[in-house]
Ligand binder design. Structure first.
Ligand code: SF4
Ligand SMILES: [Zn+2]
Ligand SMILES: [Zn+2]
Length: 399
């Protein structure tokens, strides 16, 4: 396709079909600084452009003279971060990401260099970037990938994670829900009382805890970023979910003996920064969303916060950091109300809330029983994905 730039004028040829966002990325253009116009109409970054398209890329930042300069070294910038009123070249941007992770770790005493860390990796930008940053910073970080059985999406995710582990020579635990527990996430569709995402989240938390405990990890790290945490906080505040507010933290201490603490070292970095990190580092990640994401309310909160952020950069960070630094210590310092009543599940031994006098059975074991019964009624899910993944890379030691 023909891509015509205005002010200053130039023309580039790019092969199609390709998404607008990908075309801009290939040409090193920050989407926030331009409008993309096809046949006189504006198009957004998800629109697919055909090979014979004629596309105009029009700059929208007035008062600028030529390309933005890196705020640190004055080289040509590749990304602007409005929240910091800064632009960065590739190298300085990677330094910026590492500095934000270092700040998060030090402020909240998340990790030490003696800790054995288990990173939950999905194949998406955040978790792979987190694993990459921690390895680069010299931490002892292994990965855990849980195969959810969501068709081609899971196949691509598993292969991407295995490829990353192989490239970095990192240890990866592979667990497949169908192989290990007799069901997959699509099998939970239509289950009364819990959505597929609810079953998926419960399964992820359970397997993560279990692998961490069985393999003696000190810390579990997840790729939750600034956008995830701010959206979660907004949802909790809008509904005044005070127990959830009490649990919303970037460090959750171990709730029982043998359990690992949970940390979120990316909470000071936005989604866009994590995607940019992966692009600059050449990390292949799964760009597609999970096909079962429809109706996820967190996405609505993210949209609302992004609208505020455009009008007033820094709003999201002020909202989240204000809660973590001031509100939480002042009003929710006693933290997790569930922690005092934990006891081992009578079936699997994982800690679970208990009421006095009754042997508890954890939410995972109860839900699993129902999903497995539904699977038996409909026919078994396909197993054996792990075998393929193991052949592609990573050192397997799954549960
Ligand atoms: S969108 Fe739902 S089903 Fe898909 S990975 Fe996320 S929680 Fe799981
Ligand atoms: Zn620079
Ligand atoms: Zn259990």
């Amino acid at each position: 396709m023909k891509v015509v730039f205005r002010n200053p004028s130039r023309t580039e040829a790019v092969a199609g079909p390709a998404r607008v966002g990908d075309v801009l990325a290939r040409l090193g253009v920050n989407p926030e600084t331009v409008l993309v116009i096809v046949d006189g109409a504006l198009v957004t970054k998800d629109v697919v452009l055909l090979d014979d398209a004629e596309v105009e890329v029009r700059p929208v930042i007035s008062g600028g003279a030529g390309p933005a300069r890196c705020s640190r070294c004055r080289a040509t910038a590749v990304i602007e971060v409005a929240r910091h009123r800064a632009a960065y070249c590739g190298d300085c941007f990677l330094d910026h990401v590492r500095a934000q992770v270092r700040d998060a770790i030090d402020r909240h005493r998340m990790l030490s260099y003696d800790d054995r860390i288990l990173v939950a990796v999905s194949g998406g930008k955040d978790s792979l970037a987190l694993w990459d940053v921690l390895l680069d910073m010299g931490y002892r970080a292994d990965g855990l990938y849980l195969g959810l059985g969501i068709g081609a999406y899971s196949d691509r995710s598993g292969a991407t994670v295995a490829g990353f582990a192989q490239e970095r020579g990192a240890t990866l635990h592979l667990v497949d829900l169908a192989d290990g527990y007799g069901y997959d996430v699509p099998a939970a569709t239509g289950l009364r009382g819990r959505s597929s995402c609810g079953v998926c989240g419960l399964s992820k938390r359970y397997v993560f805890n279990r692998v961490a405990r069985d393999h003696g990890y000190d810390v579990m790290a997840t790729g939750h970023n600034l956008d995830d945490e701010a959206a979660q906080l907004l949802g909790n505040v809008l509904r005044w979910q005070t127990p959830f507010l009490a649990r919303q933290s970037v460090v959750l201490p171990a709730t029982a003996a043998g359990m690992a603490r949970k940390v979120k070292p990316l909470y000071r970095l936005g989604e866009r920064e994590m995607a940019a990190y992966c692009v600059i580092k050449g990390i292949d990640y799964v760009v597609e969303e999970c096909p079962m994401v429809g109706g996820n309310t967190v996405l609505r909160y993210k949209d609302a916060l992004n609208a505020l952020e455009v009008a007033s950069p820094g709003t999201k960070a002020q909202f989240l950091f204000g809660f973590l630094d001031r509100v939480r210590p002042a009003y929710f310092a006693t933290a997790d109300p569930e922690a005092a009543t934990l006891a081992p599940c009578g079936e699997c031994g994982q800690p679970t809330p208990s009421s006095e006098g009754r042997a508890p059975r954890c939410a995972f074991c109860r839900t699993r029983e129902r999903v497995v019964a539904a699977v038996a009624a409909r026919g078994a899910p396909s197993a054996g994905r792990l075998v393929q993944l193991e052949q592609q890379g990573g050192r397997e030691s799954g549960a």
